[in-house]
Structures are given as C-alpha cells and as structure tokens.
Design a protein around this ligand. Structure first.
Ligand code: NAI
Length: 674
C-alpha cells in the first residue's frame, strides 16, 4: 500500500490504496513506518508524499467509523509527521479531501497540480475535520478561507489554494514527482522545516460575522455550529488546546443522531446503484444518441442532462410553437448558468449544437434510447409508444417519464417489452439529482443495467423501483396529501399544516406544493363532483399559483398569503360533510402527515417495489427535499421506534391505519433499515 522510491537525496513515499487512497489502518501503519525510516536515513534530506493513480487521497475510511479504532490514529500520525526534522512536501493531484487534505496540511509544504481539488467535506456528513483540519487550515489559508471551505464543504482548486496560501506552488501534473522533488530540495535548508502548527492564523475583520450570515441556511444543523466553534479555537487558543477543542467537538458530533443520519444517506446513495439480482458480468448496451418526445416542462430539462454530458439529443414535438418554446427555455437555462459563471459561453454553444429539434418521429429512428415526456394520459402514451416501436431501431430502449402510470401497460403495446422501462425524472429535471428507474415485468436485465449506467453518466442518483401506482416517491406522497386534506377539514389551517412540515425541514408543505403543481392537475371540469376539497376549490376557480389563487392567494411576484376565502370555504365544506372542527396541535399534525408515509414505505418494501429501505430514503432526500439530517423517512422512523409509529397511527386512524407490513416489523422488534 505504501511504496517508496529514492530520488537522490529525496525519498518519495507513494500511497496506493485504490480506489481513492483512503487512509485506512494499513495505510496509516505503512505511512508511519515509511516516514520513520526516511527520517532515520542520513542520505535523505527531504521527503515527498504523493498518491498513486489519479489522486492524492479521498480521506479517512469512513467505514472504520463505527468500528473500534486501530492505531496509529490519524491525528497522532499527523503530529508525528509535523514534528519530524526532515521536511515533508505533499504533492497533490486529483483529489485531496477530508483526512487526505489534513494529512497534506500536517506536511511542511504543499505543491499541487492544476487538476487538484482540495476540500474538507466533513460537514456534509454531520462532522468536522477531526485530524487537526480546523486548526491547521486557518494557519495556512486564514480564517475567511477556512470558514468558507469548512462550513460549505466545497472544494477549492489548486490555483485558489495557491492564492490563499494553502498551497505553496502549482506545478505540472506530468512532472508531479520531479517538480516536487526539486521543490523539496529547495526547502531542505538548515534551520528545520516550517511547521504549520507554529504559524499564526490571519483573522480577516468580520470573517466570523460573514460566515454566520452565510450559514443561516444551515439552521438547525449541529455540524456547522461545531465547525465555527472549532475554527474560533484556532484564533482564541494555542495550537494544542485548539486541537483538544476540535477533538471534543468531533466526538460529540460523531455520536449524535444527525451525523449518523447523514452518514446513512451517504452510504445509501452509494448502495442504491446496485441492483441485487443482476449478474455481475452483465453487459450494457451502447447509448450514443438520445431521443426525447415532448419538449414541455420535463422534456426540456431531461434533454439538458444529456446535452451537458456531451450526448446528442433529438427532441420531438407536435407543433412548431411547442418545439420553439422548448428549445428557447433550454437555451435560457444554459445562459443563466453561464451568467453565474458556472459554464463558459463555448460550453453553452457546444451543448446547444448537440440538440436537434424536430417535428418528425422518423428522426428518432437511429436513437439508442428514447424517453417519452408527453401528457400524463395512458392512451396518449400508448399511442406514442406504438409509433415509436414502429420507427425506432430494433434493440433500442424506449422509456417513459410517467409519474404514476402502469409501465407494463405501456410496454404491452410494443413488440419489445423487454426494452421498455420507466425513467422518472424529477422537476426541474436538469437540477434534481434523483432518477427513479422503473423496471417493468418484462424489462431485460441488460436494459436495466444500461439505464443505471446511463443515469450515472448524467450525474443522477438512480433508485430502482418496480411498477405500482406512483412508484416509490409519489406513492408515499399520496397518503400525506390525503391526511393534509383531512387535517384542514378537521380544523387545522393550510398554513399551519405547511408550517409544521417546513419546521420539520421540508422545503415546502403539501398545500404550497399543490398550489405550485396546480390544483387542477388531473381534474376534469365536466366530470367534477366537487366531492373533495380540492375539486371544490377548482370549481371556484382556484387553480393554484398559475392563476394567483389556490389554497393561498398570490401576488404578481407569487408571494403567498393565507386566504380568508379558503378558510371559510373549508369551514362550510366541513359542516356539509358533518365534520366537527377543533384546534389541532402541531405534534398531531406532524405525526398524521409523516407516520402514514412510513407505513406506505413499509408496504413498498414488503411488496418488493423498492429493493431496500435505504433506497426509499434516497428517493425522499433527493427527490422531495426530506431533511437529510434525519436520514430519510425510514431511518427517521427507526429512530423514533416503529412501535411508537404504530401506536401513533392507531391513535390517529384506528387499526386500519397500520399495514401488516409495518405492524409485523414493529412487533418483531426489527427496524426498517437493517
Ligand atoms: P408538459 O405539458 O409541460 O409537456 C408535455 C409536452 O408534450 C407538451 O409540450 C406537448 O406539446 C407534448 N406532446 C404531447 N403529446 C405529444 C405527442 N404525441 N408527440 C409529441 N409531443 C407531444 O408536461 P410535463 O410536466 O413536462 O410532463 C410530461 C410527463 O412527465 C408526464 O407524464 C408527467 O406526469 C411527467 N412528470 C412530470 C413532472 C412535473 O413535475 N411536471 C415530474 C415528473 C414526471
């Protein structure tokens, strides 16, 4: 795992622990030995430390986290390296993240190739850099840059790192070892190496205040608060005491439920890409050209995913006006990204050049994958699939972006049901990371594997679902929407229901969401019976944000205010339905909205619609903004205790409110997430 090479008076130590050179126990032991040997060798005047393969190091091995620790511990190893008399130069390329960057900072000097990304992403898993990172980074880069990096978890480039002082010199990647060796000889001068711990951090005026302002979005999270406190220690305390504070804060975070939840999500997002019953050596089909039918809200966003990944897209619509509008929106989105500095104008033009708008289905003939995103009506989708089946080359994959419909019934109208599946993107499709991959009864293994590989290519987190109404995410949304409507009939106000969910950490509540999507989604004026609150509001012309009136009233800027008219309409509706209204406490609102989702999740799991409970959590965290710091609905329910959830469901809804799936799990003392 640790290789050494001698370059004249410089010992080069190479960390090789694929895939990311994680600093597991064996690497730490190897490093400690290699450093000690180099120190003891009189012919060695300096040491260069680098990573093998494409990167320096991705950091600690977080799988070791919940296991007994093995010596040497990373913080102590770093202290030994720093205290050494022989200068150590870290040569960075690719990635230096987390413990990897902390290792580099404990070295006496750092050089980096332009490819290098340096970051301390611990805050994202509810932690802080616990191997001296909060104390050494401020001493190298100053407080302002440290707060920025540690609180956001975002990496910086080699050039940015050189500007802040984190990196001493930017060198060429092709000459990484040679240039690092040259640099090492330059700094190997009498008087001993420069030690990071001995430097004084620069405190820019107002840096803490600005950071506090920026991290307001992270309200309710423990880790950013602890990060701030640790970094403050770099200013207030001598190095050793700062390290002690960092350690104490780290240990508190690591034991906390938030970090456990965020680590659960981290692993869940890696586990979901694995399809349990696919053969290991399965071959995927080549996807070089993609077709999309429908250039509406979803079709345009879906197209952008492929264009951004460099894949040519043929986008087909029914009429010129629709295709023009679709293409214009795609361009506008790219231009906006360019204005924010996240794309160059050349990249925008390159993406647009890959787009072929068309009004002819025949132009889809040579595509390897065609995704349908037309109206949500089974008959319309079946008609589109019949046509596609006759035009698109044999062996190509046909996918539907349906939100709820039966993928098998769509596949059945084709002669290639083995090559049909659901690819359920979330809105806005160019932004949201989640993709539900819906495998039909007949979907071939290589087609499923190809969909998963394609999802990865376009940067999505893909979760496999089997066919049912609404798949994983939307199916769990339904009991929540039903409860929300019941709650307001029983006396809660829409704004109270929404507030309770926002307080829980969701980006919006059910009524805000309904207003955004449009209350008339799936509503038909001719057949409306006004039998539900929603239908009644539609009949009153309350269609949602789009016409300024839904559960809320909206002004021209779409700012919402509670509606007195709606409250009165709800009261009348309750009276007509024989429901007595009462004040409903927040706890009850929360339980009645969220527990039925847990129950639905348990059913989804028992029916095999989802492969594993953690997949359900990935869907809710990435597709609906469920607060990651609670781990997703399944992990959250385990934390509360399934017996408590079951008791709550019974209290609010009687025995029929609990599925056998959940009741049995609770009775047997098993969790949802194993
Ligand atoms: P939309 O109404 O914005 O776009 C549909 C487009 O399809 C329209 O531009 C229409 O002209 C075109 N179209 C209809 N029939 C066509 C045909 N035969 N040939 C070619 N083009 C045709 O609808 P949206 O919101 O984009 O939804 C599309 C699909 O995506 C639906 O199945 C929907 O359930 C699903 N979906 C929607 C989400 C959303 O948030 N809007 C989220 C996830 C899925």
């Amino acid at each position: 795992m640790i290789q050494t090479e001698q370059h004249g008076a410089v010992r080069v130590i190479v960390i090789g622990n694929p895939p990311v050179n994680a600093l597991g126990a064996a690497v730490r032991q190897g490093l400690a030995e290699a450093i000690a040997k180099a120190e003891a060798d009189d012919a060695t005047r300096a040491i260069v430390l680098r990573g093998a393969g494409r990167l320096f190091s991705g950091g600690a091995d977080i799988r070791e986290f919940d296991q007994p620790s093995i010596e040497p511990f990373l913080p102590e190893l770093l202290d030994v390296i720093e205290a050494g008399a022989t200068p150590v130069v870290a040569a960075l390329h690719g990635t230096a993240f987390g413990g990897g960057l902390e290792l580099a900072m404990a070295c006496h000097y750092r050089v980096a190739a332009p490819s290098a990304r340096l970051g301390l992403p611990e805050v994202r898993i509810g932690l802080l850099p616990g191997a001296g990172g909060t104390q050494r980074l401020p001493r190298l880069a100053g407080i302002e840059a440290s707060l920025q990096m540690i609180l956001s978890g975002d990496p910086v480039t080699a050039r940015q790192a050189a500007t802040s002082g984190l990196v001493d010199r930017v060198i060429e990647e092709a000459r990484l070892t040679e240039d690092a060796v040259t640099f090492a000889l330059e700094v190997a001068v009498p008087g001993g190496p420069r030690r990071t711990a001995g430097l004084a951090p620069t405190l820019e005026e107002g840096a803490f205040e600005r950071a506090a302002e920026r991290s307001r979005r992270q309200a309710g999270l423990d880790a950013p608060v602890a990060c701030l406190e640790a970094i403050r220690g770099a200013v207030e305390l001598p190095f050793r005491e700062g390290i002690a504070r960092e350690r104490a804060l780290f240990e508190r975070l690591a034991k906390g439920r938030q970090s456990q939840a965020l680590r659960h999500v981290f692993f869940a997002e890696r586990a979901c890409g694995k399809v349990d019953d696919l053969p290991q050596d399965i071959r995927t089909l080549p996807i070089a050209r993609v077709g999309i039918v429908g250039a509406g809200t979803m079709g345009g966003g879906i197209a952008m995913n492929f264009l951004s990944a460099g894949l040519p897209v043929t986008l087909v619509e029914r009429e010129q006006a629709a295709i023009d509008r679709g293409v214009a929106i795609i361009r506008r989105n790219y231009e906006r990204t360019a204005r924010r500095g996240r794309l160059t104008q050349e990249q925008v033009e390159a993406a647009m050049a890959l787009l072929s708008p068309s009004l002819a289905f025949e132009d889809l003939a040579a595509c390897d994958l065609v995704i349908e995103a037309v109206f949500e009506t089974l008959a319309i989708k079946q008609e589109v699939f019949r046509r596609l089946d006759g035009i698109v080359r044999e062996g190509a994959i046909l996918a539907t972006n349906t939100s709820y419909l039966d993928v098998d019934a769509i596949a059945a109208v084709t002669r290639r049901p083995s090559h049909v599946l659901g690819l359920h993107f979330f809105s806005p499709a160019n932004v949201m990371r989640l993709l539900e991959v819906v495998r039909g009864a007949a979907t071939a293994p290589e087609v499923l594997a190809t969909a998963m590989a394609t999802a990865k290519r376009i940067g999505k987190v893909a979760v496999v679902a089997r066919v049912c109404h609404g798949f994983i995410g939307n199916r769990m949304l339904e009991p929540r929407q039903r409860q929300a409507e019941r709650l307001v009939l029983e006396g809660a106000r829409p704004q109270d229901v929404d507030r309770v969910l926002r307080d829980f950490g969701m980006p919006m509540g059910p009524f805000q969401m309904a207003d955004l999507a449009g209350l008339d989604l799936g509503w038909d004026e001719a057949s409306s019976s006004g039998g539900t609150l929603r239908e009644m509001l539609c009949e009153r012309g309350r269609r949602g944000q789009k016409n300024g009136r839904g559960y809320y009233d909206y002004d021209d800027e779409r700012n919402r205010t509670a509606s007195g008219e709606v409250e009165a309409l709800i009261r009348d509706f309750a009276v007509r339905s024989g429901i007595t209204q009462r004040a409903i406490p927040d706890d009850e609102i929360r339980e009645r909205l969220l527990y039925p989702m847990v129950d639905e999740g348990a059913r989804i799991l028992a029916e095999g619609i989802a492969q594993r409970a953690s997949d359900i959590d990935v869907v809710w965290v990435n597709g609906y903004g469920w607060p990651a710091a609670t781990g997703g609905p399944m992990f959250w329910a385990d934390g509360i205790g399934l017996a408590t959830v079951v008791a709550g469901l019974r209290r609010h809804g009687g025995d029929t409110a609990v599925s056998n799936a959940l009741a049995e799990r609770a009775a047997s003392g098993r969790n949802l997430v194993s």
